[in-house]
Design a protein around this ligand. Sequence first.
Ligand SMILES: Nc1ncnc2c1ncn2[C@@H]1O[C@H](COP(=O)(O)OP(=O)(O)OP(=O)(O)O)[C@@H](O)[C@H]1O
Ligand SMILES: [Mg+2]
Length: 356
Amino acid sequence: MVDKKDVLSILSKIKDPELGKDIVTLGFVKSITINGDNVVIDLALTTPACPLRENFINDIKSGVEGNLGVKLDLRMSADVPKGAIVRKEGLSGVKNIVAIASGKGGVGKSTVTLLTAFALTKLGATVGILDGDIYNASIPQMLGRAGSVEVKDGLIQPALVAGIRLISISQFSTSDGAVVWRGPLVAKAIRDFVGSVNWGNLDYLFIDLPPGTGDAPLTAAQDASLTGVVIVSTPQWAALSVALKAADMFRRLKVNIIGIVEDMSYIVCPHCGTRIDLYGEGLVEGKAKELGIDYLGALPMYPDIRKLEDLGFTNAEELNLAEPFINLAKRIAARISVIDISEKIEGPDEKAAATG
Ligand SMILES: Nc1ncnc2c1ncn2[C@@H]1O[C@H](COP(=O)(O)OP(=O)(O)OP(=O)(O)O)[C@@H](O)[C@H]1O
Ligand SMILES: [Mg+2]
């Protein structure tokens, strides 16, 4: 009959390549139950969006069944870690806060925010969006609605729209006109969205930032106890050079750079399926490599996305996400796990130095 030790010895040879440690040391193995030739393993990954999920399943199955001749029942779950950051009231149940930024306007920040949020929700995570674009709240526009908020015990309760908890200036303003506010008011709005909202328990809270390196990104970086920031660029130097300035600002503020994504990277011909790189290939990836920033991948141009976002995803629950968006969400979630776990091991300061 097999022993727990035999199973553990096999599992401790399976490494998470990103974290560089084995799955037993990392605490992924929650329990092992042995009943004759039947072995039950409960395994909790660090995110329901783990890109290595299938690899772990295959390695564990072949390792345990192949070496021990038993029948394995592998039960998978996810337990998203929280880094070492201590968060204030209203945010204490939020495991990760991630800003989506770029110095440049119109490069796809809101699209990346929304579709990453959709993808992670679909994969089983609990997600919120703080719409940090006070002058041009585009998330409610893209969702087709802002939802309504209420105040309970002195804290604002976010709206629930398409399975995502949402706070946006649109919920507090009745006019469609321009918001004419000076910087300090914008900073205050962001601070209130961070400090006076009961976000509840969330695996990921995304902050959709406006372009530039002004009050909104500064306040988010200083007040929102960020896990990190995702930088968005399009494949032209005119956009990338500005996006890198934003990355530099976050780095100086000791915010982890989760990585950089290239949106509107290419189009796929609907007739022959050929990929056309409108602005050449590899600019963002090459620069990311040079600067030691993780390259999170490229998103193609999808005519349907623009149409849906203009009209509002009124039926967002049934949205069929294209593979590049799912892969991007998985890559972001995996990088967040690496940051959280290394933060726990090394402490926040060393981690900021290592990744910033
Ligand atoms: N991959 C894509 N395929 C098709 N359209 C896209 C894609 N990414 C973004 N768009 C479209 O490009 C426009 C700009 O995108 P988005 O609003 O997400 O950019 P942004 O960086 O948030 O802009 P802003 O700086 O104004 O906040 C929108 O109409 C959006 O629908
Ligand atoms: Mg935007």
